[in-house]
Ligand binder design. Structure first.
Ligand SMILES: [Zn+2]
Length: 227
């Protein structure tokens, strides 16, 4: 941390989005106490989630996630601040953490492009930004891989899916996306990024149209998995 951070901290104290406590000059975005408390997604859990969400559909070739989303815990506060309080730099921070865990896999996956799941333009206008773009940016920095956000667009405005089951979500997501530039996708291995993956319906639908447009393989990563 530099002098500018110290001066800014004095006038505009930075707070941890997980617990609301002030960050010290040495702390970056989320305090170490909160980082320690967030439940990590174990390899066994990731295996189970892959089977449950993606296996058999032949769309997503590999998937990983950093944390487990738990109601009322630190990570929920962090994602809330990222999505609704304008704190998009949290996305880059989480993306960098996720990027470090992706380093090994990305080598096997041979990722050419990172694509954040697009938001509908109305939702983006309301929020001011796509939180997944910032997560993708953090990952791109670690993996040294380009992030492209203009190759696929969300054409369908979908209501919040929190009360829907998997079948309803799949129905709701059908034809939600449209390809904007298929030349750039041709034969590419793509890493799709979402903030939190729940049923996987959004990722699967986006992956499906990317494959239809000529992409080679689709992988997926999110900061957390939720039930
Ligand atoms: Zn904290």
């Amino acid at each position: 941390m530099n002098l500018l951070t110290e001066i800014l901290d004095f006038f505009l104290p930075r707070v941890c989005p997980g617990c609301g406590n002030r960050l010290t000059v040495d702390e970056d975005t989320v305090c170490p106490k909160c980082i320690d408390k967030i439940k990590l997604a174990s390899p066994e859990r990731l295996c189970r989630e892959f089977e449950r969400k993606f296996q058999g559909k032949n769309i997503i070739s590999g998937f990983t996630s950093l944390y487990v989303f738990e109601e009322g815990k630190e990570f929920q506060n962090i994602v809330h601040a990222l999505k609704y309080n304008g704190r998009f730099s949290i996305g880059t921070f989480l993306g960098e953490q996720l990027g470090k865990t992706l380093l090994n896999m990305a080598f096997d996956w041979k990722i050419n492009i990172i694509i954040p799941i697009p938001l509908h333009q109305l939702k983006k206008a309301e929020r001011g930004y796509n939180q997944s773009f910032y997560i993708a940016k953090g990952i791109g920095k670690i993996l040294n891989t380009p992030v492209k956000q203009n190759l696929v667009k969300r054409k369908k405005f979908t209501q919040t899916q929190t009360t829907m089951n998997l079948k309803e979500r799949e129905e709701n997501m059908r034809d939600a996306f449209i390809i904007k530039n298929s030349n750039e996708l041709l034969d590419k291995n793509i890493l799709l990024i979402d903030d939190v993956i729940t049923t996987g319906a959004t990722i699967s639908e986006c992956g499906r149209i990317l494959l239809n447009a000529g992409a080679n393989r689709i992988y997926a990563a999110s900061t957390a998995i939720a039930d």
